[in-house]
Design a binder for this molecule. Structure first.
Ligand code: THU
Length: 149
């Protein structure tokens, strides 16, 4: 344990500095894949898998608004259907410059199927100048997952 002084370093101990740089860059770039004509709020996501693959996702909206799919679930479905169910970290970017984005409740539950505990969730603002890293369990405490059945 590295202690409370460097919580991010501890959370990111399975991720190299180079991988972290790539994760952030790709999460920011993934917003370009967004289809968000209704909200005009682009979200990008990048999952780093155990195989050292970077899987990108973006939000895809629908004229029937409730049909929108978030960037996180887009990336998660791509990773899983690409045969990559073990993940090292996830990075998410939104268009807001002021604040870092935070994954919605549905996405937290969806991610919980494949990640839990200290899995690092990297949250970015619009240009990556602000970064918040949290352990997944802090975003979804007392969660219900595959091990709960
Ligand atoms: N959105 C995401 O893609 N991820 C989140 O965690 C929050 C919200 C998308 C959904 C919708 O397309 C737009 O952002 C506005 O809510």
């Amino acid at each position: 344990m590295s202690g409370d002084k460097e919580p991010e370093k501890h959370l990111l101990r399975h991720v190299t500095a180079q991988q972290l740089g790539q994760l952030k860059k790709k999460a920011l770039e993934a917003r370009e894949l967004s289809y968000s004509p209704y909200s005009k709020f682009r979200v990008g996501c990048c999952i780093l898998t155990k195989e050292n693959k970077f899987v990108l996702g973006a939000n895809v909206e629908n004229a029937s608004y409730g049909g929108a799919i978030c960037a996180e679930r887009c990336a998660a479905v791509k990773a899983v259907t690409g045969g990559m169910k073990e993940w090292l970290a996830i990075a998410i970017s939104g268009d807001r410059m002021e604040d870092t984005i935070s994954p919605c409740g549905i996405c937290r539950q969806f991610i919980r199927e494949f990640a839990s505990g200290e899995f690092p969730v990297i949250m970015l603002n619009g240009d990556g100048s602000k970064t918040v890293v949290k352990p997944f369990e802090e975003l979804l405490p007392l969660s219900f997952g595959p091990d709960s059945l």
